[in-house]
Design a protein around this ligand. Structure first.
Ligand code: NAD
Length: 291
């Protein structure tokens, strides 16, 4: 059991972890910290945190475990600020969506008497803030932990147990592998959703309003374009190299469709669409079987 947990950024991810751990009885006291007083007050009224402060140093000074659940662009500032206040043996962990960046910033700013463990729960919604948090968010979802040569074994065990207590299944891999994989299956789809909505919306004129006729397909494809722009800006920048490659791959695929269209090449179009349908159907079937 974690005696004192400090959560920096009590939004969907940090708030849901607190609720899950409280429900399981796996945490003593939860202290929330962040920049918005209104959000922190709401978090307390929802029973997510036991107390809150806008002072990051006050939040972490007695904490056994500190979770960073803020946008990745805030990592350097947050780690630099909390560093002098961390007690000896404190475990600092994060839930950010790219892992090489997290490890680099932690190595740069955290003191040697604290132990950093990088983690990423593969669960979320397009909603933000404490009121979006719910205790079952992590149930049966994967949490990827990316230890490196500096990771302390005991700290790794504590973080692993924390996510298991929240209901997650654990997978470990190197940070570079994580960033490449998630670049393909999570970050690229978000960028594609943002781009698609812009592409359609930009066509709007006084007498042409395509989004007024958008239906289920548009809604399904673009749900994640309602995600926090600030958070996704930071994820994209933190995983820029992998994403540039992924964007090229997607553009090649679109180009293949364009070429086949231009040539009225029915066979190629069918082959392109069939391979996507088969791959998705296969993925869905495996997912269902794994449940
Ligand atoms: P969120 O917007 O719901 O919560 C983030 C919180 O951080 C907010 O309460 C905000 O006020 C606070 N915050 C922002 N900047 C801050 C700063 N400089 N100092 C202190 N507090 C600050 O976002 P979220 O969805 O909970 O995401 C948090 C982290 O989790 C991000 O790093 C994101 O990459 C990662 N993540 C998100 C998802 C998802 O689907 N939403 C999934 C997995 C991981």
């Amino acid at each position: 059991m974690i005696q004192t947990l400090a959560i920096i950024g009590v939004g969907l991810i940090g708030g849901s972890l607190a609720l899950a751990l409280k429900e399981k009885g796996a945490v003593g006291k939860v202290i929330g910290a962040g920049r918005s007083e209104a959000n922190l007050k709401l978090a307390q009224s929802l029973g997510i945190v036991d107390s809150w402060t806008t002072s990051l140093t006050d939040a972490v000074k007695d904490a056994d475990v500190v979770l960073l659940a803020v946008p990745m662009g805030a990592y350097a500032h947050v780690m630099q600020t909390i560093a002098p206040a961390l007690k000896a043996g404190a475990i600092v962990t994060d839930a950010g969506s790219t892992k090489q960046h997290a490890l680099t910033v932690a190595a740069q700013y955290l003191p040697t008497h604290a132990h950093f463990v990088a983690a990423h729960p593969l669960a979320g919604t397009e909603k933000s803030g404490a009121d979006a948090a719910f205790s079952t968010l992590y149930q049966e979802h994967l949490c990827i932990i990316t230890p490196n040569e500096t990771t302390q074994t005991q700290a790794l065990d504590v973080v692993q147990q924390m996510w298991q207590d929240a209901g997650a299944n654990i997978s470990t891999m190197p940070a570079a592998e994580h960033d490449k994989l998630l670049g393909a299956v999570s970050h690229l789809p978000h960028l594609a959703a943002f781009a698609l909505v812009n592409a359609v919306n930009k066509q709007k004129t006084d007498d042409f309003d395509p989004m007024a006729y958008a239906a289920g397909g548009f809604k399904d494809f673009t749900r994640i374009a309602s995600s926090s722009p600030e958070m996704w800006r930071d994820i994209a920048l933190a995983n820029r190299d992998a994403l540039e490659q992924q964007i090229d791959i997607l553009m090649d695929e679109l180009q293949n469709i364009r070429v086949a269209l231009q040539a009225s090449d029915k066979k190629s179009l069918t082959a392109l669409f069939s391979s996507a349908k088969d791959a998705r159907d296969d993925w869905l079937a495996k997912r269902e079987k794994g449940k």
